[in-house]
Design a protein around this ligand. Structure first.
Ligand code: AMP
Length: 193
């Protein structure tokens, strides 16, 4: 099973991906997680990505395509994978199509979590408040200002990715505002059907 989870930041892609990992026994490939690890480790990629990530902008296509190109060839991804946070631009989607074709891998589905931006903004502000109240720290790019920039980046650069997959007939849409279990059930439904 090879699938892509699309949806704005905060839509619950990570939560749903974790459930799909359990169900299908395939890894979640999150470019956000990989980039955060690179930043933490201080690698050349991390050094390039740090500031743009903190501001809420997008890291260059070249960097993320390079990361994914290597990652999908690793042994644990042989049976499949869930892409979370990639592709985020049409150029990335086109590069992925070419990469998969070169590796003779097919894509099973592209699932988009549809959400209401206003409700999402309220959700993220709440999450930030709760995290702080519980003594935790909010991710630098999860503060409401950076989050707003990430939402704008999504609308401008990633929404066209949905259109790209709709055009080639791969896109399935699920209501991301439903309760978490209902979203999981809806995803399982579209994957089965
Ligand atoms: P995420 O955890 O998926 O929300 O990603 C966190 C941040 O990493 C994003 O706001 C971007 O700065 C960067 N990032 C992650 N994936 C990509 C991607 N596919 N293209 C460009 N930037 C990305």
């Amino acid at each position: 099973m090879r699938l892509i989870l699309l949806g704005p930041p905060g839509a619950g892609k990570g939560t749903q991906a974790a459930r799909l990992v359990e169900k299908y026994g395939i890894p979640q490939l999150s470019t956000g997680d990989m980039l955060r690890a690179a930043v933490k480790a201080g690698t050349p990629v991390g050094l390039k990505a740090k500031a743009v990530m903190e501001s809420g902008g997008l890291v260059s296509d070249e960097i993320v395509i390079g990361i994914i190109k290597d990652r999908i060839k690793e042994a644990d991804a042989a049976k499949g994978f869930i892409l979370d946070g990639f592709p985020r631009t049409v150029a990335q989607a086109e590069a992925l199509t070419a990469l998969l074709a070169a590796e003779k891998m097919n894509l099973d589905a592209v699932v988009e979590l549809k959400v209401d931006e206003k409700a999402l903004m309220a959700r993220i502000e709440n999450r930030a408040r709760e995290t702080v109240a519980a003594g935790g720290t909010v991710r630098a790019d999860d503060n409401p200002e950076s989050f707003k920039i990430r939402l704008d980046a999504y609308r401008e650069q990633t929404a066209p990715v949905s259109a790209y997959y709709a055009k080639i007939g791969e896109l399935k849409t699920v209501d991301g505002m439903a309760p978490i279990d209902a979203v999981t059930a809806a995803i399982n439904g579209v994957l089965a059907g």
